[in-house]
Design a protein around this ligand. Structure first.
Ligand code: FAD
Length: 396
């Protein structure tokens, strides 16, 4: 094997986070190679399908403040791609009187970060978005956080755009190249693949559901669970009041928690509104899990959609996707304490809106920039990641 360094940085995993990291490194002229175990654009991980929510409303001031960077980092890619990627639709977080998710931390976090929102009642919600007037869920006790900045970023297309731009800036992307091991050696890192060992100055691991497989041999483990989630498209001819501008991104802040979108996406889903349940799926092994949608989840969501928007939908179509839920549902954005040239990025099943921010931040970390204070809550060895998994910790 050639001992000389072949690349400055190796990125392992080319989903949304890894593709963004390769993009930001290449854009800065860093010699970067990216490894993906499957084909680019595959549907086995967490970054496929048409849409993901981007929002500023979060349960901590830290996250609310970070969302400014999330929008800014996507806008930077928009300029480079000369294409709009963020579709601002407006959003409403819906809280029944006995909501399992408390609105107070959301409101105080938005207030202390100085981010605009309105706290509106059910009558106002129905007046603004008449589609809710056709159901029963938004009853008189429901209040909402209305956020003008909330919108949609394209999952599969966004990831592909970052891969295209990364390659245009000189990144070497290697699909169908599973990394078998990461071995720090002499201040550098050997990346072991079936095609041979690639010596890099440093690596970034953005392997989501597969993260522990790569870091456990290095003496690290993140307390996390991988669940098989699904998104469902509800077709209807009656969708005028479900279009962007007339219908928001919405989140039902209760248990179970559901969320949904106005019509969005290419031809085959253009006549649908999409929705899903947060953390409704079973824990799975990412390599042996089935791709068959869960009929009970689909029925549960279908009932809710009928109650929310009225009985107007045809047969739903679902597709599955993986959540990687850290024990405290917070991100990991850090260097390994004992291997500072090995960085890890984990989106904790709410990372796509931050994908470009993750890329920019991990590119900073792996090229030696000091970690800014706002990353402290995302340390890989924090106590929250040593504790056992409890589902209620994910309800945020
Ligand atoms: C149904 C659903 C809805 C969601 N909704 C939202 C939302 O509205 N807003 C939001 O912000 N987030 C949302 N998320 C979360 C978000 O999609 C994820 O946090 C994000 O996509 C994670 O990106 P990733 O690149 O880390 O993971 P992935 O896209 O899974 O990428 C990891 C990649 O690493 C590769 N890999 C792993 N091991 C190896 C190896 N050894 N060698 C080579 N390659 C390897 C995998 O094949 C994979 O391609 C949602 C997720 C799901 C599933």
């Amino acid at each position: 094997m050639d001992e000389r360094r072949q690349f400055a940085v190796g990125v392992i995993g080319l989903g949304g986070l890894g593709s963004a990291t390769a993009y930001w490194l290449a854009r800065r002229g860093v010699d970067v190679v990216g490894f993906e175990q499957f084909e680019l654009g595959h549907v086995r991980g967490a970054s496929h399908d048409h849409s993901r929510i981007i929002r500023r409303s979060y349960h901590t001031t830290g996250y609310v403040e970070l969302t400014a960077g999330a929008y800014d980092a996507w806008e930077s890619i928009e300029r480079d791609a000369d294409e709009m990627l963020i579709t601002r639709t407006g959003g409403v977080d819906l809280f029944p009187a006995d909501a399992a998710i408390d609105p107070a931390p959301y409101r105080s976090s938005l207030d202390s970060a100085g981010v605009a929102y309105e706290w509106i009642d059910a009558a106002e919600i129905r007046r603004r978005w008449p589609a809710f007037d056709r159901g029963t869920v938004v009853g008189p006790d429901v209040m909402g956080i209305a956020s003008p900045d909330t919108g949609i970023v394209p999952a599969g297309h966004g990831t592909a755009t970052m891969q295209r731009l990364a390659a245009e800036h000189g990144a070497h992307l290697r699909p169908n190249s599973p990394v078998r091991a990461v071995r720090p050696v002499d201040g550098e890192v050997d990346v072991v693949t079936d095609a041979g060992v690639v010596r890099c100055g440093a690596v970034v691991i953005c392997a989501d559901a597969w993260t522990n497989r790569l870091i456990e041999p290095l003496g690290h483990r993140v307390s996390m669970a991988v669940t098989r989630e699904q998104v469902t498209y509800f077709p209807t001819d009656d969708l005028d009041d479900l279009r962007p501008g007339r219908f928001p991104v919405w989140i039902w802040m209760h248990d179970p928690s559901f969320y949904g979108f106005p019509t969005y996406g290419p031809g085959e889903v253009a006549d649908c509104t999409k929705a899903s349940e947060d953390c409704g799926g079973a824990e799975v092994d990412p390599d042996t899990r089935t791709f068959e949608p869960d009929p009970d989840m689909e029925r549960r969501l279908g009932r809710f959609m009928g109650d929310l928007l009225g009985d107007r939908f045809g047969a739903p179509r679902s597709t599955t996707c993986l959540y990687t839920l850290t024990a405290d549902r917070d991100f990991v954005v850090d260097r390994l304490p004992d291997h500072p040239n090995v960085c890890v990025g984990l989106g904790a099943a709410h990372g796509f809106k931050f994908a470009s921010w993750f890329g920019r931040t991990l590119a900073d970390l792996v090229t030696g920039h000091p970690a800014p204070p706002e990353l402290a809550p995302f340390a890989i060895d924090r106590p929250g990641l040593q504790r056992p998994i409890r589902r209620q910790d994910w309800l945020v």
